[in-house]
Design a protein around this ligand. Structure first.
Ligand code: GDP
Ligand code: IMO
Ligand code: MG
Length: 426
């Protein structure tokens, strides 16, 4: 069997949740390796509709083990609520969920620090999900993090909170915010830990046994390549490593064990939050994409910015991730459009005859670039009923084939609706 990573190739919300749901039916293990409850993965199947924030999407199959690896940061309230919701829907999860004690925990000061940063930046703010993701990863890499390991020991935890409050409370005071109280935080975290103690167990041994048994392991990426902390549109990005290369580090498995990388790409482009987006449409067509695609953030409910498919970006993402196959999602959202455009590269004012690539500059540079488009005829027919590629309208087939050619990776899945069954497998 194989280790398959499912990763976003754009700015998140590519419908990774749906693609993982499709594949998880045959998985022995599904594991999350990055991010936190900034993620919102929508799953619609026979058990109902779920918007998963932290739990890996493998719990529908009673044989599947779900793992949250050390690369993930935990909002404990989100985790507790999510486990409860899943258990209440009649699915046994507690015995099958393994959460690494190495995971860093989001503490009350992290969202507060994030608010200070965002407000100080004013119009240059990132437009985060306000979950404290940047500050918790910052504390992690500067050895100031608090991990689940620490929550298992009251004395260690109290001392670590004391040190952090000695640093953070003066900052809060200087910004006119109420200082945090050690006792209240200690009690809250000990109580939350008591709720999840059963699922805190290191999965390293389990994963390596599964690798040697050649079990089917599915790695569920959060966010997307263009939000990656190294390669995204920094500082309009997230704090974690969102690409397939990060999956090995975030879970403790060898890079060469990942043999299949499925890059999930929406058939157009969306982005929540600030930062450059060369193909953004602020006209009626952008409105159509937003309306037809119900493009509102799963976590924050903010309207997502919408625009044409950017083959330049997705080609870059597939190279970055080593994508072996593409899952092209939400094709049906384009059904009513008379023409469709694809961006093939960028032009800059001073060098109008040269085509530029995403990786040649930073976010400011990208924001100054003009997209170069090719235009195709639309199909203006519904596609959600289609289950076989040959049944798609010829212009829709051509659109998919054109994307495949421009990106340089075969399309293996075309999604034509939110439900599991609304999928064409090539
Ligand atoms: P994720 O974060 O990558 O898992 O994506 P989200 O769940 O945040 O956003 C994807 C949204 O599109 C969800 O509301 C899905 O139910 C919906 N969706 C997924 N696939 C399709 C599709 O092929 N067509 C349409 N119309 N909606 C889809
Ligand atoms: P999924 O897994 C879309 C975006 C935020 C913001 C930037 C930084 O559902 O695809 P953060 O809170 O991470 O510090 O915010 O990243 N962002 C996402 N956008 N989908 C996501 O996750 C996202 N997670 C973070 O909107 O622009
Ligand atoms: Mg999402």
């Amino acid at each position: 069997m194989t280790v398959t990573a499912v990763v976003g190739t754009q700015w998140g919300d590519e419908a990774k949740g749906k693609v993982v749901d499709l594949l998880s039916q045959h998985a022995d293990i599904v594991a999350r390796f990055n991010g936190g409850d900034n993620a919102g993965h929508t799953v619609i199947n026979q058990f109902g509709t779920f918007k998963l924030r932290l739990t890996p999407n493998g719990f529908y199959n009673p044989q599947t083990t779900c793992i949250i690896g050390p690369g993930v940061v935990l909002n404990l309230k989100t985790l507790i609520d999510e486990i409860e919701d899943i258990q209440q829907s009649g699915i046994e999860l507690v015995n099958r969920l393994w959460v690494s004690p190495r995971c860093n925990v989001i503490m009350p000061w992290h969202p507060m620090l994030e608010t200070i940063y965002e407000e100080a930046k004013g119009s240059a703010r990132t437009g985060t999900t306000k979950r404290g993701i940047g500050p918790v990863y910052a504390d992690k890499v500067s050895y100031n993090g608090i991990r689940l390991y620490d929550l298992a020991d009251e004395q260690i935890l109290a001392e670590k909170i004391r040190v952090q409050l000695a640093i953070k409370n003066p900052v809060f005071k200087s910004f006119g915010l109420e200082p945090l109280n050690l006792k209240a935080i200690l009690e809250e975290k000990l109580d939350q830990y008591a709720h999840i103690r059963e699922v805190v167990r290191e999965s390293f041994g389990l994963l390596h046994e599964a690798l040697s048994n050649r079990d089917a392991i599915l790695l569920e990426g959060a966010q997307g390549a263009l939000l990656d902390n190294n390669w995204g549109t920094y500082p309009f990005c997230t704090a974690s490593i969102t690409i397939a290369g990060g999956a090995a580090a975030g879970l403790g498995i060898p890079p060469h064990s990942i043999s299949r990388v499925i890059g999930v790409a929406k058939a157009y482009t969306t982005r929540v939050g600030a930062g450059p987006m060369p193909t953004e449409l602020t006209d009626e067509t952008g409105g159509t994409l937003q309306r037809e695609g119900h493009e509102y953030g799963t976590v924050t409910n903010r309207p997502r910015r919408c625009g044409w498919f950017d083959a330049q970006l997705v080609r870059f993402s597939t190279q970055l991730n080593g994508v072996t196959e593409l899952a092209l999602t939400k094709l049906d959202v384009l059904d009513t459009l008379p023409t469709v455009k694809i961006c093939v590269g960028y032009q800059r004012g001073d060098t109008a005859d040269q085509i530029w690539h995403y990786w040649e500059g930073d976010a400011t540079w990208l924001g100054e670039n003009q997209p170069v488009y090719i235009e195709l005829d639309g199909w203006q027919q519904p596609t959600s009923w289609v289950r076989d590629f040959a049944q798609l309208p010829p212009n829709a087939q051509e659109y998919v084939r054109k994307i495949e050619k421009l990106v340089g990776v075969p399309v293996k899945f075309v999604s034509v609706g939110p439900a599991r069954k609304e999928t064409i497998i090539l």
